[in-house]
Design a protein around this ligand. Sequence first.
Ligand SMILES: NC(=O)c1ccc[n+]([C@@H]2O[C@H](COP(=O)([O-])OP(=O)(O)OC[C@H]3O[C@@H](n4cnc5c(N)ncnc54)[C@H](OP(=O)(O)O)[C@@H]3O)[C@@H](O)[C@H]2O)c1
Length: 280
Amino acid sequence: MLSSQKTVSFHDGRSAPQLGMGVWQVENDIASSIVKTAIDIGYRSIDTAAIYGNEAGVGRGIAESSVKREELFIATKLWNDRHGHDSTKVAFEESLEKLGLDYVDLYLIHWPVPKVGLFVDAWECMIQLRDEGRAKSIGVCNFNVNHLEQLLDQTGVLPVVNQIELHPQFQQAELREFHAEHDIVTEAWSPLGRGRLWDDPTLNDIARKRQRSVAQVMLRWHIQLGNMVIPKSVTPSRLEENWRIFDFTLNDDDMAAIARLDRPDGRDGPDPELFRLLKA
Ligand SMILES: NC(=O)c1ccc[n+]([C@@H]2O[C@H](COP(=O)([O-])OP(=O)(O)OC[C@H]3O[C@@H](n4cnc5c(N)ncnc54)[C@H](OP(=O)(O)O)[C@@H]3O)[C@@H](O)[C@H]2O)c1
């Protein structure tokens, strides 16, 4: 295991590994073995969600690993049809039971679903779960500035993390600036752009120059921006490759070149203002 893994600090006094592993689209029955493999490589942070249908597999992987629970950082998410105070509490208990844990390190609202308009109720419940110590930290995903402002205005509590789509073609400068001003950690989902960027000439030039892969260059870029980052892979050799990003750096020219890859139409996933899927 490489010892130079970095951590980020939260405004609630806690901290998290900067690099973790995502498990979206990982089947429940392979989740346990791939989580165990990742932990053996050195990963300590796993990002799952109720809607991924693999919390039980992730929990088995954790239980079968040789690493103590308190050394791991486990995050899961509340799905869109469970917003509201009481339903959030029930959904949280279901997630804990599937994971086989008595607390999670980070509990996240998966999408704001503003048309339903219950994310503040969900947030109030999550504040309680945090105060009870069952969710050590609480955060959100896919919140725009106006959603974050509503949480602040109505509860006085901001998330420690906002997990958002973020990769070289979709850099979300305005939202990241708001995060920086309010001490919210930016966490990048689809940090590799879900495979659309392998042929990009700029990334390939930098990768050749640094004798690294394009994936490693993108992940290193996230690390140097200060993002938490959770690449997904079910391929052990890629998990290893994605882990080896703490022994090289990108210089200012590399960072500036990647900054220029941002595109107004770079979003790949849904627009958080509109997304309202209730059932998978
Ligand atoms: N909060 C949200 O709304 C939200 C939305 C989407 C995702 N997420 C989270 O973010 C995580 C990551 O996002 P993502 O899964 O969308 O996309 P991603 O991590 O950007 O890309 C995953 C894809 O890249 C491949 N890959 C990984 N490492 C590679 C490497 N070194 N070389 C070549 N290919 C590589 C994987 O293939 P193989 O698996 O076949 O190796 C997979 O097809 C998810 O798993 C999930 O935890 C959150």
